[in-house]
Design a protein around this ligand. Structure first.
Ligand SMILES: [Zn+2]
Length: 443
């Protein structure tokens, strides 16, 4: 029995303490995980609503208790406070921290052509400074882990290495380094090609850098003016299969950028771990993904972002709108077929801004028929699984006490995620200091 007389009992109930997350220490990095025995550390929270990330709908008026950095219990407030003195979070919705499963930290997502050109080769210190700022934006929105899909300078990977030398702050950056693409095909901005006469599998096997996952680009990108145009796979299917096997032998998962029926089919047959984008992949591929439990990262919001950068009424805007509708329709089919979807934004793409794009992506899942609890599961638990995090992304007894609070009921989530009011990790609020040692210019 967990409650009443347990570790958390603090004697006679003192009732609710008025407490607003906004007045608690602001967001940031770092409080070292530790015990929750300090008297100013809340051990219980009366939550107005709780989305536990399991896929279930929101629970109303529950008490969440914390002990030893872990969730101790979750129970209806109607049962009484069991001798606890919870913080008053009745105005807030509590949910697990989110994971953005597809970003490019080296790009801003602004649609300024001059800036975008400059971002491609501005010198590493400029990029490091801006990447650190983007990570702060993720933290402010309760996104505590991102998976970077690559850049031609492997700068996100270098940032991760700098960042590892700093204090532990709970933010996880998984980096692919440089993505692989075929010479002469799409993808140069995000990576490199195997050497001449070198097979992809040889290149993957020979790449010694300490990456977190291998990123392979196996198709082109969508056409805004030729709706539904599909591009050939970039790599020979046998080579692709050998490359995935080589990565797996190194203990590395493989994310494959693939649009169109054949590029996706080849990636699935090769045994990849996730399909990125997957526009026009079709239902047969989705059924295969469901059967193999391959994770899909649809990045539907890329088309919403793109749409926002185009002149209304232009053929390109019309094309982006159709692509967006197409991907939402595929999402609806994927849900029906039981495909595991992880939320990824492709932040850094034109019009797709770091941090704030997550709400757009989740809103599109809702448009595809996902209920609120399911969208949170895609953005938390499925992301956690894809990134191999050591926490489940689900709020349940025994799990690390990682959670975020936003204002208002869950129906307002798409707006309220813009202003996350509290972020807790291991039962402790992240501190107001946003210093990222080693991540600033010259640091
Ligand atoms: Zn990408």
């Amino acid at each position: 029995m967990r409650r009443g007389g347990g570790r958390l009992s603090r004697g006679p109930s003192r009732g609710l303490r008025r407490h607003h997350p906004s007045r608690s220490p602001g967001l940031g990095l770092v409080e070292r995980p530790g015990s929750d025995t300090r008297p100013d550390r809340p051990a219980a929270f009366h939550c107005g609503w709780l989305l536990d990330g399991s896929g279930a709908g929101a629970r109303r008026d529950v008490v969440l208790t914390v002990a030893g950095g872990r969730i101790d219990d979750i129970f209806p407030a109607a049962e009484g406070y069991q001798g606890l003195a919870p913080l008053d979070w009745r105005a807030f919705t509590v949910l697990p921290p989110l994971v953005d499963a597809h970003v490019h930290l080296f790009l801003s997502g602004r649609n300024d052509p001059v800036l975008r050109r400059r971002q491609l080769d501005p010198g590493p210190e400029y990029v490091f400074r801006h990447m650190a700022d983007r990570i702060r934006r993720y933290l402010r929105r309760g996104i505590l882990a991102v998976r970077d899909g690559g850049d031609h300078g492997a700068l996100a990977l270098a940032l991760r290495d700098r960042y590892r030398q700093g204090r532990p702050d709970g933010f996880v950056l998984r980096a692919a380094g440089r993505a692989w693409h075929r010479a002469g095909r799409y993808g140069g901005v995000f990576g490199r090609s195997p050497a001449e006469n070198q097979r992809l599998a040889e290149a993957v096997a020979a790449d010694g850098r300490g990456i977190d996952q291998v990123k392979i680009i196996n198709s082109g990108i969508n056409s805004l003016t030729d709706f539904g145009r599909q591009t050939r796979p970039q790599f020979d299917p046998d080579d692709l299969k050998a490359a995935v096997a080589a990565a797996h032998r190194r203990g590395l998962p493989v994310m494959v950028h693939a649009n169109g029926v054949q590029p996706v089919a080849d990636a699935l047959a090769a045994g990849c771990d996730s399909i990125e984008h997957g526009f026009f992949m079709g239902e047969t591929n989705m059924a295969r993904m469901a059967a193999r439990e391959t994770i899909w990262v649809p990045t539907a919001g890329t088309m919403a972002g793109c749409l926002g950068t185009l002149a209304p009424g232009s053929p390109e805007a019309d094309g982006a709108r159709r692509l967006l509708d197409h991907q939402v329709a595929q999402l609806a089919r994927a849900r029906a077929l039981g495909v595991t979807v992880a939320a990824g934004t492709d932040a850094g793409s034109p019009g797709v801004r770091h941090g704030r794009a997550m709400a757009t992506e989740l809103g599109l899942m809702t448009a595809a028929g996902y209920c609120l609890g399911e969208t949170v599961r895609c953005a938390a638990a499925h992301g956690a699984r894809l990134l191999g995090l050591d926490r489940p992304g689900v709020l349940r007894p025994g799990a690390p006490a990682d959670f975020i609070a936003v204002t208002g009921p869950p129906e307002a989530l798409w707006k309220s995620l813009e202003q996350v009011r509290a972020v807790y990790r291991n039962g402790l609020p992240l501190s107001s200091s946003l210093a990222l040692p080693g991540m600033t210019a010259g640091g």
